[in-house]
Design a protein around this ligand. Structure first.
Ligand code: BES
Ligand code: ZN
Length: 945
């Protein structure tokens, strides 16, 4: 072990490794490596040559193939990492076992932002190696061809930076209780960042096993990775942690963390499917008490998945860690899931009901991936929806299994389905399965289509084939493809095999291979009802434009479900509307009045009815809303507004429908209504009907607002969610009592920040509207000072939101400017800051100006491959509704044509602005006429209401 210690000293000094002696050339991690070390001694002379030839760059102009050649298959990696927490750099070395499947004299693998100091191939001669930045390749050329079936061992020594980044191997910092800065190092490799941690065949189908060794400072620091530690070598200042070799897996799932975190442990019960195993949760030591909820929930949901999948958990432990700096919310590394602090840590004195639900959701999502995604992985990023869409759907099932009183199955509608139905009604959308090649394209495909549409069509499929059949297909799929890679068709094959008569593949392809979705138009006939379909586009003007080609001509095979007015036992019938037929008839008795399609809105489509049918539905809602359950009421509201927004239905229909809200008591339908009331208020803000609109919207909220009040329930999850939704809407719409209450609470809090903190559920409302209503600069400064001092991540997010509520443009500008400094707002939170300010009408122009003015610095800091950075453009401009703004946006694109991962977001932004302009032109008059009572009584049955 002395040898490796010596080697480390040399590399640590950050000198380029001098290959003078064999002991320095290849460090040793274990006895096997030492043996090989002797084998490579004869190659030393060649190392020296490579040293001179390193880091040559090759640029390519013509059309580029970003995929690795298929000639080589890596089977095993031995990776040795030494992160230096003080300098923020790391050194590493690895040996990759590779099988040759096609003769070649080149070894091509990925490497990016790494310095390669040495390359060797056991018993072969390396001619040269070079880094190609465009494709992020390391290209090694050998003097001789490798024959088919040869097994070779490639050795590489490398080093890189960990500072100022959130991908690859990177460093994160926090202040401990004593106020001292502590550094840790961690990794984020999905989708294309393993190559920034170690040279590797960084494609999801290049699965291999990984034997990892990590060096950490001796003492309070330790290292964790996907697998359990099997050996620890004390080397004085440093200790080597050697981990058990992994199972066969993709590079993007590798994880290593060096930290001084504390941990808590629990046991996951396998209940007969495999062995029990340990689950540990890691966090900074002063926050370790905050892992309790996650640990308890994590074990429970894992136990649920083991029973659901009926496949034993493939590893011997499953840990989780809360990382202070983290790019997304969480990452499903096999055996070691990582989270941002707000997604794992729960503290009842800081965390709201929503925080609790989100933590459970994120855990349930990442743990679902441990099988679906990790054990069976998509072949290429084209099919990322298989991973993310499935995990998105399963997370609702998982949380529901543990907290059945949280209404998760209906919450899927409002959190996942409704938002993506908006997005997917635009021409700038894209199909679920979509070709992606470049790192920016791969990064951008982790979007609402892959997650929310993916999850929604899985949910539709499950409803179509039945929950038990679906579950069986999932098990078969996991067993058949374990440790391998799949395409969408492999999954559908398993579903099809369980229910061969249902034509699953034909049906599903219309949803996965073309963008968008249909609206079904329902009319009454003498024999029942007639259903036709058309692609649903939210802007009528979009129908004039030439759509992208689609193999199904924008027709879908729709699994229709329906229920009818006379079926009082709630029975449901179904029929499939094939994409290649013109219409479908539903024969029903003539005494049936209304029919409702898309029961529980499990289908991914909208339903429009003749106006007289809408009238009957509204009538039913008004006389007895309980005739429709929560999911159906939420669905009716959502479809009616969306159809009216698209001018496919008179706005009078959804407005009339809101009348029933006087009787509504449930969270999910209210969430739909409250959000719509806020959205319309934002759209009409600069229109003449605004004041009468506000009066109406406030009147709708007044009763439920009074009833719920400002006292949070001790143990009523959905009522607490409802309260926040209603209070937020009431304050947003300027209900005087709401604003007054918020201000009173805010001022009391500022007077006594330690004892008068509002309940966590109410904090965002109190901070935001407290700031909004206060004209004094000192209130803002006071909250800002508290924000700077705050250590709890979820409280910081709440305060940051509140600070964005100011009505003073200067204050908002300063906040935006201050927030650019990482010591004030962590990089991971920067986009949230920008969005918060842009969502405030006073902040919107401030952000827009800032974004354009600082584009060069922003794009240099966050890089164009960053998907969150890419998305900013559509978020900042989402409420623009004028032609001048549209021109500004287009001028900005012309000035900076490189959009990277933001390419689609740019198209979406333009389409949304055009939609906003036209929405006002089309709907403003209808809404204001209705409000003033001058609308013609379009509803034929209106008098009966
Ligand atoms: N695999 C993703 C993390 C990820 C996202 C990696 C994008 C690379 C690019 C993970 O499973 C995930 O989906 N995380 C979500 C949270 C989850 C609850 C939806 C995230 O981070 O937002
Ligand atoms: Zn995921």
């Amino acid at each position: 072990m002395f040898l490796s210690g010596y080697w480390l000293q040399v590399v640590l000094s950050w000198a380029v490794v001098a290959f003078a002696t064999a002991t320095v050339v290849v460090a040793v991690q274990n006895a096997k490596l030492e043996q090989d070390l002797r084998d490579v001694q004869s190659k030393i002379d060649i190392f020296e040559e490579w040293n001179g030839a390193k880091n040559q760059r090759v640029k390519r102009e013509d059309s580029i193939d970003y995929r690795l050649p298929t000639a080589l298959v890596p089977t095993h990696y031995e990776v040795y990492w030494h992160p230096d927490l003080e300098t923020g750099t790391f050194t590493g070395q690895e040996r990759i076992s590779i099988t040759v499947v096609e003769a070649t004299n080149q070894i091509i693998l990925h490497s990016y932002l790494l310095e390669i100091t040495s390359v060797y191939v056991l018993n072969r001669e390396v001619e040269s190696f070079e880094l190609e930045t465009e494709r992020q390749f390391l290209i090694i050329t050998l003097t001789q061809e490798l024959p088919v079936d040869a097994s070779i061992t490639l050795g590489i020594i490398f080093n890189g930076q960990m500072k100022d980044k959130l991908v690859g191997l990177y460093s994160s910092t926090y202040q401990n209780e004593a106020g001292a800065q502590r550094n840790i190092s961690t990794s984020q490799f999905e989708p294309v960042y393993a190559r920034q941690g170690f040279p590797c065949f960084d494609e999801p189908a290049m699965k291999a096993t990984f034997a990892i060794t990590v060096v950490h400072p001796s003492g309070s620091y330790h290292a964790i990775s996907n697998m359990k530690e099997i050996e620890s070598n004390y080397l004085g200042d440093y200790t080597e942690a050697i981990f058990e070799s992994t199972v066969k897996m993709s590079t993007y799932l590798v994880c290593v963390i060096v930290s001084d975190f504390a941990s808590q442990e629990t046991t996951v019960r396998a209940n007969g499917i495999g062995e029990d195993f340990s689950m540990q949760a890691y966090a900074t030591s002063h926050q370790i008490d905050k892992v309790e909820f996650a640990l308890e929930f994590g074990a429970a949901v894992t136990e649920y998945y083991i029973q659901y999948y009926k496949v034993a958990y493939p590893l011997t432990k499953l840990d989780m860690a809360a990382i202070p700096d983290f790019s997304s919310n969480a990452m499903e590394h096999w055996g070691l899931v990582t989270y941002r602090e707000t997604a794992l840590l729960y503290d009842s004195s800081y965390s709201s009901t929503l925080n609790k639900q989100s933590i459970a959701g994120v855990l349930a999502h990442e743990i679902a991936h441990q099988w679906f995604g990790n054990l069976v992985t998509m072949q290429w990023w084209n099919d990322i929806w298989l991973n993310e869409g499935f995990a998105r759907y399963m997370q609702y099932k998982g949380v529901n299994a543990v907290h059945s009183d949280w209404g998760m199955l209906e919450q899927f509608q409002i959190i996942a389905l409704h938002p993506v139905l908006l997005y997917d009604a635009k021409l700038s959308s894209h199909p679920i399965v979509q070709q992606v090649d470049t790192p920016a394209e791969i990064s951008a495909i982790f979007d609402t289509i892959s997650y929310e549409k993916g999850g929604s069509v899985i949910r539709m499929l499950e409803t179509y084939v039945g929950a038990e059949n679906f579950e069986e297909a999932v098990t078969n799929y996991l067993v058949k493809h374990q440790f391998q890679n799949t395409v969408t068709d492999d999954f559908l094959t398993e579903v099809d095999a369980v229910v061969p008569a249902l034509g699953v593949k034909k049906l599903m392809l219309t949803w996965t291979n073309q963008m968008g979705y249909p609206v079904l138009n329902v009319s009454k006939t003498s024999a029942g009802f007639l259903v036709t379909q058309q692609r649903f586009l939210s802007n009528p003007a979009s129908y004039e434009e030439e759509p992208e080609d689609s193999e199904f001509g924008y027709k879908w095979s729709v699994p229709i479900t329906y229920t009818a007015s006379t079926w009082e036992d709630g029975s449901v019938s179904s029929v499939v509307y094939d994409y290649d037929v013109d219409s479908v008839g539903i024969a029903l008795d003539s005494d049936i009045e209304w029919i409702k399609l898309n029961v529980h809105q499990t289908g991914y489509y909208r339903v429009n009815y003749e106006e007289s049918l809408w009238t009957l539905l509204i009538q039913q809602l008004t006389t007895d809303p309980s005739r429709f359950d929560i999911a159906d009421r939420a669905h009716l509201l959502n479809d009616a507004f969306a159809l009216a927004d698209a001018s496919q239905l008179s706005y009078i229909v959804p407005l009339e429908m809101t009348g029933y809200l006087a009787q509504e008591q449930d969270f999910v339908p209210w969430y739909v209504a409250a959000n719509k009331l806020i959205a319309i208020h934002r759209s009409l803000m600069f229109s003449e009907g605004y004041v009468s609109y506000l009066t109406y919207a406030r009147s709708l909220l007044a009763n439920i607002y009074q009833e719920l009040g400002w006292t949070v329930d001790a143990n009523n999850h959905l009522r607490n969610r409802l309260r926040v939704s209603i209070l937020s809407a009431a304050c947003a719409l300027g209900l005087p009592d709401c604003l007054e209450q918020a201000s009173t609470r805010f001022n009391a809090f500022l007077q006594n920040p330690t004892t008068a903190r509002p309940s966590p559920d109410l904090r965002e409302i109190v901070y935001y509207y407290g700031i909004q209503e206060s004209s004094s600069q000192s209130s803002w400064q006071q909250l800002y000072a508290l924000f700077l001092d705050e250590a709890d991540a979820s409280e910081r997010v709440k305060m940051m939101y509140g600070l964005a509520g100011s009505r003073d443009a200067q204050t908002l500008f300063n906040f935006l400017d201050l927030g650019y400094d990482e010591s004030i707002v962590r990089s991971q939170d920067y986009f949230t800051l920008v969005q918060n300010i842009a969502a405030n009408p006073v902040g919107e122009p401030v952000v827009w100006e800032y974004y354009r003015e600082h584009w060069p610095e922003l794009s240099a800091r966050f890089t164009l491959t960053n998907r969150n950075f890419g998305r900013l453009i559509s978020q900042i401009t989402q409420n623009f509704a004028g032609t001048v703004k549209l021109e500004e946006v287009q001028q900005f694109y012309a000035k900076y044509p490189e959009a990277g991962a933001g390419a689609n977001s740019r198209l979406e932004a333009v389409e949304t602005i055009k939609y906003n302009i036209e929405w006002l032109a089309r709907n403003r008059a209808d809404i204001t006429d209705w409000l003033s009572g001058t609308a013609s009584p379009l509803l034929t049955a209106k008098n009966q209401l």
